[in-house]
Design a protein around this ligand. Sequence first.
Ligand code: ARG
Length: 458
Amino acid sequence: MAKLWGGRFDGKNEAWIDAFGASIPFDQQLAKQDITGSLAHVKMLGETGIISEEDAAAITAGLQTLAEKLANNELIFTIENEDIHLNLEKMLHDEIGPVAGKLHTARSRNDQVATDMHLYLKEHVQDIIEKITTFREVLVAKAEEHTETIMPGYTHLQHAQPISFGHHLMAYYNMLTRDQERLTESLKRIDLSPLGCAALAGTTFPIDRQMTANELGFGGIYSNSLDGVSDRDFILEFLSNSSILMMHLSRFCEEIILWCSHEFKFVELTDTFSTGSSIMPQKKNPDMAELIRGKSGRVVGDLIGLLTVMKGLPLAYNKDLQEDKEGMFDTVHTVATSLEIMTGMIDAMKVHTQTMHDATEKDFSNATELADYLATKGIPFRQAHEIVGKLVLSCTQKGIYLQDVPLEEYQAISELIEEDIYDTLASKTAVVRRTSLGGTSFEQVEWQVQEAKKALNK
Ligand code: ARG
């Protein structure tokens, strides 16, 4: 079959080599954007007089027919036509005849594909931003519900100090807020039009790049034609922001998986977000959380893949750049679905508040309270630390906790210790008293929740 670019070729094509070079199996996802870009381009060609208004109208009508057919799933793409741009151009030719050939005046597939990618990413980043908002709303609602739920706070995965579960959830809320900010800030750089950069050097035709940029709703224009067709940093930035976001989701999932285990039993996922085992009847596995943790790996892979593709490319366009697409589509899809699953999973998650609280009563996470207590009575903190450390050791040997040590024993250590030590050692007291800004006290968590609700207009 004759190629649209076949003029200077006389050798015959080999189907298997065509298949290797083709991007249509995946870049058909850009069909809508490609038609939109062409509509803007042809409008400009007509208005600037580069082609006649009559030809522009015929091409516009043809493109609109293609848009309708696309919406009805009636377009059949072929490998022979290589990519989405050539497929649609061929289809346009079939619709309206040789006038279709005028559409590509003052344009190259190089600026065309870059334009499609910008349009695609702009739309999908906006969608992901909205999905993050929904997830943040769920996190805040859960945090508000659990402001006063006490759980062990960990460092090194060892009980450290008791905290509010709401505080723990708000930590993720803040991470997600920054992820959203990063994506929002990146829109400025996604929102640029490469259309009119042509193959690499611009064009001799009197095009109006501002007109097409406005028509496509872009906020700005690439001011260097080589840059506009050859960089993909806007995609790399998206993949990088997505990798950070997925890393956050992955950490959260890891905790959920731990919390669902027999050893923790802090939370329970609803059946919708769990699966069973084909052999072990008792199993309820947190598969969805595990999958999100796993999928974070492929998003990081998409980032590393494209960085590696890009790092040695001379300016301007090289076919290597065709490799920018699958990773981008994959990440868009992975991030969007992971956020949806996360939102539903956390919203429906059952929290075993008593188990969480009990875990803070049978541990030494109140050791800092005792050391602080001694320090406020005038014992230097280092010395207090040493005293409590020794006491923890002796408790461990006896199989008891600090709250089980009788008052006489405390007073033998220091006369300054009084009856109020037991209240001090209660995990709730430890939480409530951590009123420093951003601390875990109920009051501070409540403040965080209220600020978050204001930010979300709730
Ligand atoms: N399918 C190509 C891509 O995705 C479109 C651009 C082709 N340009 C070229 N000069 N061969 O990169």
